[in-house]
Design a binder for this molecule. Sequence first.
Ligand code: PLP
Length: 477
Amino acid sequence: MRYLSTRGHPDRPHFCDILLEGLAPDGGLYMPESYPQIDDATLTRWRAVYHGKGYAELAFEILSLYIDDIPGEDLRALCCKTYTAEVFGTGEIVPLRHLEEGLWIEALSNGPTLAFKDMAMQLLGNLFEYELARRNAQLNILGATSGDTGSAAEYAMRGKKGVRVFMTSPHGRMSPFQQAQMFSLMDDNIYNIAIRGVFDDCQDMVKAVSNDLEFKRKYRIGTVNSINWARLLAQVVYYFAGYIQATENNQQKVSFAVPSGNFGNVCAGHVARMMGLPIDKLVVATNENDVLDEFFRTGVYRVRGSADTFETSSPSMDISKASNFERFVFDLLERDGSRVRSLFSDALSQAGQFDLSQDAVFARAQSRYGFVSGKSTHADRLATIRDTWQRHEVVIDTHTADALKVALDFRVAGTPMVVLETALPIKFAETIVEALGRSPDRPKKFDGIENLPRRVTVMDADVLAVKALIARECDGT
Ligand SMILES: *Cc1c(COP(=O)(O)O)cnc(C)c1O
């Protein structure tokens, strides 16, 4: 398998060439040259693999179709090391929970940080360690987080050889649980940097450091953001595992409802569907930050400014633009890289938006690719959390509530609807208390986490100071 850029660059790298990279050289995102097609016999075999040998073997089957530059036995070992009951809480790894006739929740949030980002990031940690060792290289990951991404990255990379993580976050703005999760890590290769400012200040600093090409090269600065193809690929696996659990045979179709921000999660669903997994609808659910809902309803993709980006009670979906969306538009435009380039690099930077409503391809987003969408508000979240508790005695988190709310508008009798659970409620306890008048359950291993000793450096939003910290740690001075 080779990969290509959504903006038409002629390079055709293999998987490991893009594993440690972010964007393609022309600023596009990497996509597989083609989607391997899964026939009925293969899907039947994978059903047996998942029920018999388990999730890690299913992951190996799927990943090996996209990765041809890691020996099979090594790749299998990496999958088996990643997807264990010990790390993810159950043998099924992503068990389905039945709510009512035709309605399921797929639990993706029982990894180390209690959010679905662990599903991909844990694999990425093992892939990075493997590839860096093979190249005898080092990588310093510099990131900005408002919560879930940073903690998932730190828990995936802690103790890994060849990798350091420098993670900036806005001082005092993450939930107390998220702060405790990150700052209590004592591993030598993990550096928490709390910035006096907001998330955008953190992100701007990361950009400024990465734009200093000499510094970037000297200190081998990399990222683990959601445009990384390996992260997206890892997420394809749980669409297959969810489908297999919700059905008895391959004639049945399933719809998935996905709480969406940067479009990484649901884009993995798109990839699974393109491979031939019998998915009916991909339901894109947003919160008040409805860039994606607006596109799927109207054909207009309009990036928001910071004044129009709201802080909500499902904060991991508070985005101003959806960084993986270009991948789907690439397919929608029949892989016309020059058109994608003109939309994403010209139209977006000049006008902040583009409009496909008059283009014949727009209708295919739904008719051919199965996308539908809806949005949810704070009041919807509270009502959905309350209703799910009262009718099913199940507590769901705020992001999952956004997806469930929208999912209910697209249910069709006879087609199971699987709602992806992207975080556990304990991460967003304040809103659960607001909805239910009680705190959500806390997994045992997190008892007293707020009282553990902390390792964090607080500093101003000062690029030079961050660079100095990185240099000091890397040079060992
Ligand atoms: C990251 C995140 C999302 C959004 O996922 P995308 O892949 O960015 O669309 C939704 N819910 C939670 C809890 C998250 O951490």
